[in-house]
Design a protein around this ligand. Structure first.
Ligand SMILES: *Cc1c(COP(=O)(O)O)cnc(C)c1O
Length: 357
């Protein structure tokens, strides 16, 4: 198998050690003669997998006891729907901070069902791109939704907005990448396919006082119902849950989130400093809010894009094309990306600039 570094934004690379273990266990799990995919979610062996994954996640994120952890189907966008339905009755309000395409999409979805307003937004016509400074939350808003890491725009918020209402965060592309204080949040959710495991799964961390029994929610996304059933009201995405558990074990072996945060900061520093140093490239995000997970940049000469991507691809540096809406390039460097991947990318940036500068 050839060595490649896969910078795909999502579904993203998983740690090779996890993939190899999953492969070893694929058809004969725990000497059972069957795959983990083929066993009942209600039987002891799978229940143990589910419980261990939750316990490991709780340990990795230091999740306080008054928070429920749910493993649900429907990915990140499923939660764009589930959040307003679980937290708001008809007529109640919530506000959304818009810092890029994902928070905009979450807002657009909530607007279909509930009274939501924009609490602040980035003006992307201004360069460098900076976070909004004045955040206005309506006094009767039930929560403020925000997206700490905007996967498409390459913008990250390293501090929580300071407001008096519960925070709801879409952490799809930054969960477990750096340490956070869970107690500052009402709800944290994440689609799994960036830092946790396969697509289709969502992890939801919800403070228990926010569980309501006076709202009507599709049953499989009903936080209260699902937490009373340990996320097994319906058949959960069992294989994805199992793989998430392997990723959590791998992260614990790595040294946990603090150790991972160091490596993520080092990777980002390495790549941004190359982009800033080399004349051929530019990044338009203010250094105070540059994403560590998704580094976006442009070649100042657009006509070199195709050559850049073809050469990168030939070297095994995969999926560097920017999101179709923003163009340019993007390197997603989630937890599974080793430092060597970033180093190889930087070496290529240098070499390409030398030949085309
Ligand atoms: C990828 C992503 C999503 C969408 O997740 P799906 O599982 O495709 O619905 C939502 N929010 C953010 C921040 C993302 O990066």
């Amino acid at each position: 198998m050839k060595t490649v570094f896969n910078f795909c934004a999502g579904p993203a690379m998983l740690p090779p050690a996890v993939m190899q273990r999953a492969q070893q266990e694929f058809v004969d799990w725990q000497d059972s003669g069957v795959s983990v995919m083929e066993v009942s979610h209600r039987d002891k062996p799978f229940m143990a997998v589910a419980a261990k994954a939750e316990a490991d996640l709780r340990e990795l994120m230091a999740i306080p006891d008054n928070y429920k952890v749910l493993f649900l189907a429907g990915g990140g966008r499923g939660q764009f729907t589930a959040v307003p339905l679980n937290l708001l009755k008809e007529g109640e309000k919530a506000d959304y901070l818009i810092t890029g395409q994902w928070s905009q999409s979450a807002f657009d979805e909530a607007k279909r069902f509930r009274d939501v307003a924009i609490a602040g937004e980035i003006d992307f016509s201004q360069k460098p791109i900076k976070l909004p400074t004045d955040i206005k939350v309506r006094p009767d808003a039930k929560y403020l939704h925000f997206c700490p890491n905007e996967t498409v725009d390459g913008v990250e918020m390293f501090a929580e907005p300071e407001v008096d209402v519960p925070l709801v965060a879409d952490m799809s592309s930054c969960i477990l990448s750096r340490q956070i204080d869970v107690s500052k949040y009402g709800v944290i959710y994440a689609g799994a396919q960036k830092n946790i495991g396969p697509s289709g799964l969502a992890v939801v961390i919800v403070r228990d006082d926010l569980l309501r029994d006076d709202v009507t929610v599709p049953a499989i996304w009903d936080y209260r119902l699902q937490s009373s059933k340990d996320s097994m009201f319906n058949t959960p995405p069992t294989y994805s849950w199992y793989l998430a558990g392997l990723v959590f074990e791998w992260l614990k072996d790595f040294g946990g989130v603090a150790a991972m945060e160091k490596r993520n900061a080092a990777k980002a520093e390495l790549l941004y400093s190359a982009i800033d140093r080399l004349d051929l490239y530019q990044n338009q995000v203010d250094p105070s809010c540059r994403s560590r997970m998704n580094v976006v940049w442009q070649l100042k000469d657009d006509s070199l894009n195709a050559d850049f991507l073809a050469e990168a691809n030939a070297l095994g540096l995969l999926a560097l094309k920017g999101h179709r809406s923003v163009g340019g390039m993007r390197a997603s460097m989630y937890n599974a990306m080793p430092l060597e991947g970033t180093q190889a990318l930087v070496a290529f940036l240098d070499d390409f600039a030398k030949r085309h500068g």
